[in-house]
Design a binder for this molecule. Structure first.
Ligand SMILES: [Zn+2]
Length: 347
C-alpha cells in the first residue's frame, strides 16, 4: 500500500469511474466525497488527490473537474480538507488502516508533513497531526523500538494495543484486511491499493483471490523491510528503490511463522539478493558478508560485475535502526551455503 499511488488514472474504478468521468479530470483522483458544504451553491466538498504530484486538496463537487492542482498545476489554493473525525475516538477500521501505514515508513518519518500521513489524514477526515500522533502511539507499543529504548508517546489508547495484539496473533489476515478496508473506502480494489501487478494475476476467481492474499502479504513484508533499512541496500548502500529487494533469510515457503517477520529480511540490491537466495552469499553472525569460493574463482577471469559483487567480501552489514536481522535465521542460511543444501554446491 503506497498511498501516493492509491488511485491512478486508470484502474480500480470499474463502473464507478464512468459516472465520475465528467466530474473529475485525468489529473485528479477522488479520495473522498464529504457532506460538508462547499463554497458554491448546492456544492459539497470533495477531497481530491493530484495524480501527478500527490497533493491533496479540497474542491467543490460542482466544478471539481475544472480545478488544477494548487501545487503543480498552477491552480487556486484548494478548499480546506474537512476533518470531521478530528477529536473522535479511533474505530477499529481506522486503526487497522493506520497500522498498515505505520509498518511502511521509518520511525523518523512519522511527522505531520510526511505526504503519506497527509494523504491518510485526508482519507480518514482527520488532521495530519492526529495521524502522526496515532502512529507515534503505535511506536510506543512496537517491541523493536522498545528494544532500542525508544518509547514513543505515552498513554496510548486501548484500541492501539488491541491492533498490535491482533497483528501478533494473525498477521497475514490483518494485513489483508487492512488493504481491503482501504480499498472499500476508496471504491477501488485490493489489487490496486496494494500496487500489485495485474498482468501477473489470473482472471477473477478463487485462484486469483488466494494469490492476491499472498501478494498483499509479500508486498507488506517488502515495504516493512525496505523502510526499516531506510531504502538502502545493507551490503552496498545503494539507494535506488527499483533495484532493491526485501530478501527472506529463511525462505517464505519454509517458515510460515516468520513470513512477515522483518528480522527475517534483508534489504539487498537485486544482484546481491540473487546471490543470497542462491546460497552464493551469506552473512556471518557478526554481520560480516561472505561469498562462495566458486564465485571467487569466476571473478579471477576478470569479470567486472563479479569483481564488483565480491568487492564487499568481509565488509560489515549496514544494520537498520530497527529489525536487526535475527542471528538464528542467519545461521540457518549460512549453514546451507556452507554445504548442507544441494544448491550451495559450486556451480
Ligand atoms: Zn499536482
Amino acid at each position: 500500500m503506497r498511498l501516493r499511488r492509491l488511485l491512478p488514472e486508470q484502474g480500480p474504478w470499474g463502473d464507478q469511474k464512468k459516472t465520475l468521468t465528467m466530474s473529475v479530470n485525468p489529473n485528479q483522483a477522488v479520495l473522498r466525497k464529504t457532506e460538508q458544504p462547499g463554497t458554491d451553491h448546492n456544492s459539497k466538498v470533495w477531497v481530491l488527490r493530484c495524480t501527478r504530484c500527490g497533493e491533496c486538496y479540497g474542491a467543490n463537487s460542482t466544478d471539481a473537474w475544472e480545478r488544477r492542482c494548487p501545487n503543480c498545476g498552477g491552480g487556486w489554493p484548494g478548499l480546506p480538507i474537512p476533518t470531521e473525525r478530528e477529536g473522535q475516538n479511533w474505530n477499529r477500521e481506522e486503526l487497522v488502516i493506520a497500522f498498515n501505514l505505520y509498518n511502511q515508513i521509518p520511525f523518523g518519518a512519522i511527522h505531520a508533513r510526511n505526504p503519506k500521513l497527509v494523504e491518510l489524514a485526508a482519507i480518514l477526515g482527520r488532521s495530519p497531526g492526529s495521524v502522526s500522533f496515532k502512529l507515534s502511539n503505535f511506536a510506543r507499543l512496537d517491541p523493536s523500538l522498545q528494544a532500542r529504548g525508544i518509547r514513543g508517546l505515552q498513554h496510548g489508547a486501548k484500541g492501539d494495543q488491541e491492533v498490535w495484539h491482533e497483528f501478533a496473533q494473525r498477521p497475514e489476515a490483518l494485513v489483508y484486511e487492512s488493504a481491503r478496508l482501504l480499498a472499500d473506502r476508496l471504491g477501488g480494489t485490493v489489487e490496486n491499493v496494494a500496487e500489485l501487478d495485474e498482468s501477473d494475476l489470473p482472471p477473477p476467481g478463487v485462484e486469483r483471490e488466494a494469490l492476491v492474499r499472498l501478494r498483499v502479504n509479500q508486498e507488506f513484508f517488502r515495504k516493512r523491510v525496505l523502510s526499516a533499512y531506510e531504502f538502502r541496500c545493507c551490503v552496498t548502500g545503494l539507494g535506488i528503490r527499483p533495484l532493491l529487494v526485501a530478501s527472506h533469510i529463511v525462505p517464505w515457503a519454509e517458515d510460515a511463522a516468520n513470513r512477515l517477520n522483518p528480522k527475517n529480511g534483508l534489504c539487498l540490491n537485486a544482484l546481491h539478493d540473487r546471490a543470497f537466495d542462491r546460497h552464493l552469499m551469506w552473512v556471518d553472525s557478526d554481520f560480516t558478508v561472505r561469498f562462495a569460493p566458486s564465485l571467487r574463482e569466476s571473478a579471477q577471469r576478470s569479470e567486472t560485475c563479479l569483481a564488483w559483487l565480491l568487492s564487499f567480501e568481509g565488509s560489515r552489514l549496514k544494520l537498520p535502526k530497527k529489525f536487526t536481522p535475527d542471528a538464528d535465521f542467519l545461521r540457518q542460511h549460512s549453514a546451507r551455503c556452507l554445504g548442507e543444501s544441494p544448491s550451495a554446491k559450486p556451480r
